[in-house]
Design a protein around this ligand. Structure first.
Ligand code: CMP
Length: 138
């Protein structure tokens, strides 16, 4: 069993898409083993996306991520990291495949509805950034 970390981003929460995205996650066979709604500060968003701190979009991205509430979750399943990335689709919704979350719901490359971990090491770091062990119920 593998775990991955998911964010339903402010644009999707604002448009009342939490339930639709959870439904796609569950129908894909992934289990939601922890979840909560949060509203990040700029500093928390900068810490979460520290790996992108040298990118030109860093300030805009972190401003956007603290512009409204998000839903953070831990997802569990066989190959959960790869399966959730496939379910999300490409970062840029113009390149996302039919049937993916971003194809259906993303507005642009920044307000792209969801985030998911890209590797086991980042999943572990991202999960522990928002959840402690007691909050994860497999
Ligand atoms: P995410 O998977 O959360 O990882 C980094 C985020 O930066 C990405 O989704 C987008 O929301 C955002 N972003 C904004 N511009 C770009 C860009 N040009 N390339 C990649 N990510 C971008």
């Amino acid at each position: 069993m593998e775990r991955t970390f998911s964010i339903i981003k402010p644009d999707a929460v604002e448009r009342n898409l939490i339930g639709s995205i959870f439904q796609m996650i569950e129908e894909a066979g992934l289990r939601i083993v922890a979840t909560k709604k949060i509203h990040m500060t700029k500093a928390q968003a900068e810490g979460f996306y520290a790996v992108h701190s040298e990118r030109p979009f860093f300030n805009s991205l972190t401003e956007y991520m603290c512009s409204g509430p998000c839903v953070v979750s831990v997802l569990e399943g066989e190959n959960a990291i790869k399966r959730y990335r496939e379910l999300m689709g490409a970062t840029n919704p113009e390149q996302a495949a039919e049937g993916t979350i971003r194809k259906r719901f993303a507005q642009n490359i920044e307000a792209n509805a969801v985030h998911g971990s890209d590797a086991p090491e980042t999943a572990a770091v991202e999960i522990s950034y928002f959840f402690n062990q007691l909050e994860i119920v497999g």
